[in-house]
Design a protein around this ligand. Structure first.
Ligand SMILES: Nc1ncnc2c1ncn2[C@@H]1O[C@H](COP(=O)(O)OP(=O)(O)OP(=O)(O)O)[C@@H](O)[C@H]1O
Ligand SMILES: [Mg+2]
Length: 285
């Protein structure tokens, strides 16, 4: 018997008023699959995650998570939200944050419940290597340390599906690697499916099974080799875009207009290894 997909979208459409973010979307994410969700600002990436979390309803079609319709409070989902300062960071410690991730499961009160909760929290903290700073106030921690604890919180409930919204934002290269590797390890050891929203595919390129690329109501789904090509991206953006492969990294190059269409303002992002100039940028959606 075929396994129930971790996520299944059929004919999915999401519109706000008369604006359609995406439609006709069919997607089955298998257990353990790593899917990158790319697209310019406002293309509906966060909205897709919120829809799977049951916070936003589809306008047409169906969405299932681990075999049942998308709904609020689904313990099959772990969620790393788009980064912002953690509220109450002066009072809250990492262990408290991770504990909130376990409580979604309601272990019940009583000695056994408390013991089980403690075990789950310790396991999640150790999985992200956060033992050293889990008892410090959150607002005393670096961005990378906070982000590791967020991932621990999302994983503490042992989810079938992990939804991550730009989890590498504002992390340095070492922490980008650390956070993406621990997410990758999890999906390999626990068969957790991963939907990973990002503007920069390069840090996760070796991990990605498939890419879902959203642009202005259109989308493409396929392996990075299928989607991240000059031809496909030019079609999607409706303007000439070149995708170069430089030492295992993707660099998206466009003319002035194409650069605007890529949706990010500011200069090209350069991590020093590709020697880009201002006419080029890393594969940022
Ligand atoms: N509840 C809502 N009601 C109306 N419009 C909404 C709602 N939620 C999101 N939108 C709009 O839908 C569009 C897509 O938003 P979304 O946050 O999904 O984009 P995104 O792809 O995550 O962008 P970014 O890269 O900037 O995070 C935006 O124009 C947003 O203003
Ligand atoms: Mg977003």
């Amino acid at each position: 018997m075929a396994e129930t997909p971790a996520v299944r979208l059929s004919g999915a459409r999401l519109s706000f008023g008369d604006r359609t973010l995406w439609e006709g979307l069919d997607l089955e994410a298998a257990a353990g699959e790593f899917i990158a969700v790319l697209g310019p600002n406002g293309s509906g990436k966060t909205s897709m995650l919120r829809m799977l979390l049951g916070q936003v309803a589809l306008s047409a079609g169906t969405a299932e998570v681990a075999g049942s319709p998308a709904r609020l409070g689904n313990p099959a989902i772990g969620y790393v939200p788009q980064q912002k300062t953690i509220e109450g960071g002066a009072q809250l410690r990492g262990v408290d944050l991770v504990g909130l991730g376990v409580d979604g499961h309601r272990w019940g009160i009583g000695f056994r419940g408390r013991k089980e909760r403690k075990r789950k929290v310790a396991e999640a903290i150790s999985a992200v290597g956060a033992e050293k700073f889990a008892y410090a106030p959150l607002d005393a921690l670096s961005g990378g340390e906070q982000q590791r604890l967020r991932v621990a919180q999302a994983l503490a409930g042992d989810p079938r599906v992990l939804l991550c919204d730009e989890p590498l934002l504002s992390l340095d290269l070492a922490n980008q690697r650390l956070v993406s590797e621990l997410i990758d390890r999890r999906r390999r050891t626990h068969d957790t499916a991963v939907l990973f929203v990002t503007h920069e595919i390069n840090p996760i390129l070796p991990l990605v099974d498939r890419v879902l690329y959203l642009v202005d109501g259109q989308f493409r789904i396929g392996t990075p080799d299928e989607v991240m090509t000059s031809e496909t991206l030019s079609e999607l953006y409706g303007t000439e875009v070149d995708v170069l492969r430089v030492r295992g990294r993707l660099v998206v190059v466009g003319t002035g207009d194409a650069m605007d269409a890529l949706g990010e303002s500011g200069a090209a992002h350069c991590h020093g290894s590709t020697g880009k100039n201002h006419g080029e940028r890393e594969a940022r959606a």
